[in-house]
Design a protein around this ligand. Structure first.
Ligand code: GUN
Ligand code: ZN
Length: 435
């Protein structure tokens, strides 16, 4: 494959910014370029330097004056919930029982799962998200549909068939044994095929018996490199119900800990109402608390205490995510806009450099994948996006008043959405669908 050179303003993070003045935390190249070959960034930096390293007749795609950033990463979404978004419910458990579980039953049908899979990738790529970590339905058909579609799309995707053997409709239940067997089958069929990764996915403690938790523990031992994803401490009624189902556990977090499910590759969706003991246990294990702001607001679940978690003696690793379809937007820009507002309500600040770090490198680090995605570094996968901060009349008007990169990012976060995403490149291929 021949190389292509993409010209624009490059922005990529080295580490988490400590303040708006922390200019060392990122790389910003006003007239920058990426040289891409065979799906990989082979050079990145000032246009003149990168151009000089390329072949004389290299094709140049000029995205000036737009920004070029790493593809956005969404660390918690539900594939079978695209038609659940915006369901009117009092809170998590009512929302699950009334809308979500019935909808997920439909994914036993291959044709339905395949149809939704095409929309899934279209919607994420339209919004500049190039990697998502997805919960599938309980049915193997949902895994086959999503992973097969991704072989055509080429993104780095992490997903797992949910394991659930109680407290849900019959059509959504596996057993400790079939959940184990089918997860193993999904791993054998899909893990490492293309850029597909399989995650071990006990949905949450309420829908898994102790026997199923043991099966998850066995999977985690057999496949220690795989991610594990589950939900934790999202809603007070959920916490009380969980503790009643696991009376021997010290608390909700301890349910997962006692089955060996807390580790560096564990992603804990929501994790809003943690006690100090729970936060210590999660920190010691190196597991990740995944903040899902639009979902937490929509379902009234609570305000994620990001700063408290970060500033504690034993800090938590934190990621951000849409949680489609408890979440209300596919856009990571909109997601961080709501994260900002949650911190405002808590009397804290979330600056735009931190937000853009979180949705790129921060989330990549949370997935232990920063060597492959989340930056524009040479040698990493060519997943990158082009953003236009003047994409709508309202944005263009506000842009007239913008004086710095940080202000431009804040504008993108506050007023931006899929319309600000000019292009989404996945492994070097332009993939944003026509709207
Ligand atoms: N807890 C268990 N399942 C779910 C889900 O599908 N969405 C959310 N937001 N929380 C959950
Ligand atoms: Zn979720």
């Amino acid at each position: 494959m021949t190389a292509t050179l993409y010209r624009g303003r490059l922005l990529s993070f080295r580490r988490a910014p400590q303040s708006l003045d922390d200019h060392d935390s990122y790389l910003y190249e006003r007239d920058g370029a990426l040289l891409v070959e065979n799906g990989v960034i082979v050079a990145s930096g000032a246009f003149d330097t990168v151009k000089a390293a390329a072949a004389e007749d290299v094709e140049i795609i000029d995205h000036r004056p737009h920004l070029i950033l790493p593809g956005l990463i969404d660390t918690h979404v539900h594939f079978p919930q695209m038609q659940v978004i915006g369901s009117y419910a009092g809170g998590l458990l009512e929302w699950l029982n009334t809308y979500t579980f019935p909808e997920e039953c439909r994914f036993v049908e291959t044709a339905h799962a395949e149809r939704i899979a095409t929309h899934f990738f279209d919607e994420f790529f339209r919004n500049g998200t190039t990697t998502a970590v997805a919960y599938l339905s309980v049915h193997k058909a949902s895994a086959d549909a999503l992973f097969a579609e991704n072989l055509r799309r080429g993104s780095l995707m992490i997903a797992g068939k949910v394991m659930m053997d109680r407290n849900a409709p019959q059509g959504l239940l596996d057993t400790a044994e079939t959940g184990y067997d089918e997860t193993r089958q999904v791993i054998a069929d899909w893990h490492g095929k293309g850029r597909n990764h399989v995650a071990i996915t006990p949905r949450f403690a309420i829908t898994s018996t102790p026997a199923q938790m043991e099966a998850c523990q066995a999977l985690a031992r057999e496949f220690p490199d795989l991610h594990i994803q589950t939900h934790l401490s999202e809603n007070h009624a959920e916490i009380d119900y969980t503790c009643s189902l696991y009376p021997d556990a010290i608390d909700y977090t301890d349910v997962y800990a006692r089955y060996g499910l807390l580790g560096k590759k564990t992603l804990l969706g929501h994790a809003i109402h943690l006690s100090d003991r729970e936060a210590d246990a999660i920190s010691e294990a190196g597991a990740v608390a995944v903040h899902c702001p639009t979902s937490n607001l929509f379902l009234g679940s609570g305000l994620f205490p990001m700063r408290r978690y970060q500033k504690r003696e034993k800090p938590l690793r934190i990621a951000v995510a849409t949680d489609i379809g408890g979440g209300t937007s596919y856009s990571m820009l909109k997601t961080l806009d709501e994260a900002y507002k949650i911190q405002q309500l808590l009397g804290e600040r979330l600056n735009p450099l931190e937000s853009f770090h979180l949705m790129t490198r921060g989330n990549a680090e949370a997935l232990s994948l920063e060597e492959r995605i989340g930056t524009l570094d040479a040698g990493t996968d060519a997943d990158f996006i082009v953003l236009n901060a003047s994409a709508t009349p309202a944005m263009a008007l506000k842009m007239e008043a913008v004086k710095s990169l940080a202000e431009e990012l804040f504008l993108l976060q506050t007023l931006g959405d899929d319309r600000s995403v000019v292009e989404t490149y996945v492994a070097g291929k332009a993939m944003k669908p026509a709207s």
